[in-house]
Design a protein around this ligand. Structure first.
Ligand code: FPP
Ligand code: MG
Length: 338
């Protein structure tokens, strides 16, 4: 079983330096703002995005140095890498704070969401503050190439959120719609996290693009696994199972099952989904339909195809501890239960 600790191992020093960098830079004035910010930053989750940025930066540096005398000794992870990692992590943090407002979610990572603790209006301002504070840091550092990726990633996240809401309202999510949504809301930012790692150490255009594709492939896989876990009532995510159904989000395990049903059966399923926000018996019935139709196993097969694509993209690089860690990250994404 791949573990986060094993993935972090070759970049532990960088991750410690990164934590310090965040602590020093993402600060606020005023008691309440500081209290809310500390709360939001104290439970940042697994830190997959900054880890990805650091590992891709190190992978590129190790690859570039592999023919040089100092092979393997220099890594070049720098302030520029930390800045990129901070930006992707803070966009992610702000987007989840806003997402919990939009979804009226009371819990995040096993504790009260910011909106549950301080109300939605404060949560919106806190998310805005985190974005504004980190954008100001990015602009002050004059790393405009990085900022251009970051701006695009933020816009794509917003588009994904709106697309998802639109389909949840209309109850009409096809397989293509689903992939468009998860590309925008998850894969795009993971793609940018990986690309910026490479860009931050001066990798070639080709390598930056390859890392972006790598990040996007694991991003799609990551979101499919998230959606599978939502149908697993024994998961350890810290979020109640079946929330997607209660929010009328039609995800891959259900889509796989629906595609194998008759038109009549699909209509009945849609009737059940409509009731999920206020009727737990409809939620139970859909969980049973997905279980009996092997929806999660079918979705897992699709996820594995993206993992294979990601591993193939890594195969171009020489065997270094960073490549091993990225391969472990692929395995972790596919196996995780939290
Ligand atoms: C989680 O989805 C939400 C996202 C991955 C993106 C949310 C994006 C926005 C709210 C747009 C705002 C963007 C910025 C840059 C502030 P989910 O609800 O499926 O997952 P969950 O179960 O973890 O809540
Ligand atoms: Mg949500």
């Amino acid at each position: 079983m791949a573990t986060i600790d094993a993935i972090r191992k070759p970049i532990l020093a960088d991750l410690d330096a990164f934590d310090e960098f965040v602590k020093e830079n993402v600060t606020a004035e005023g008691d309440l703002m500081r209290e809310m910010l500390t709360y939001a930053l104290s439970s940042r989750g697994k830190g997959v995005r900054p880890m990805l940025t650091m590992l891709c930066a190190s992978l590129m540096s190790a690859t570039e140095n592999s023919n040089a005398e100092e092979a393997g000794k220099e890594r070049h992870s720098s302030k520029r890498t930390y800045l990129a990692a901070m930006l992707v992590e803070m966009i992610h943090t702000a987007s989840l704070i806003h997402d919990d407002v939009l979804d009226s979610a009371d819990e995040r990572r096993g504790r009260a969401s910011v909106n549950a603790k301080w109300q939605s209006n404060m949560a919106i301002i806190l998310g805005d503050f985190i974005l504004a504070r980190t954008m100001a840091l990015g602009m002050a550092s004059a790393q405009y190439d990085i900022m251009s990726y970051i701006g695009t990633a933020m816009a794509t996240l917003c588009e994904g959120e709106v697309l998802q809401s639109q389909h949840a309202r209309n109850l009409d999510t096809s397989r293509d719609d689903y992939f468009a949504i998860i590309y925008q809301k998850t894969a795009s930012l993971l793609g940018v996290s990986a690309a910026l790692g490479a860009l931050s150490v001066g990798a070639s255009r080709e390598d930056v693009d390859r890392m972006r594709k790598f990040g996007e492939a694991i991003g799609i896989a990551f979101q499919i696994q998230d959606d599978i876990l939502d149908f697993n009532r024994q998961n350890n995510t810290g979020k109640p199972a079946n929330n997607d159904l209660r929010e009328h989000k039609i995800t891959l395990p259900l889509i796989e099952v629906m595609e194998r049903k008759t038109e009549e059966e699909r209509k009945e399923i849609l009737e059940l989904i409509k009731r999920c926000d206020k009727d737990e018996s409809a939620v139970d019935a859909l969980q049973k339909i997905v279980d009996e139709g092997n929806g999660s196993a079918l979705a897992a097969q699709t996820m594995q195809a993206y993992i294979q694509r990601a591993l193939h993209l890594l195969s171009k690089y020489s065997d270094t501890p960073y490549r091993t860690a990225l391969m472990e990250l692929c395995a972790y994404i596919a196996e995780r239960d939290r």
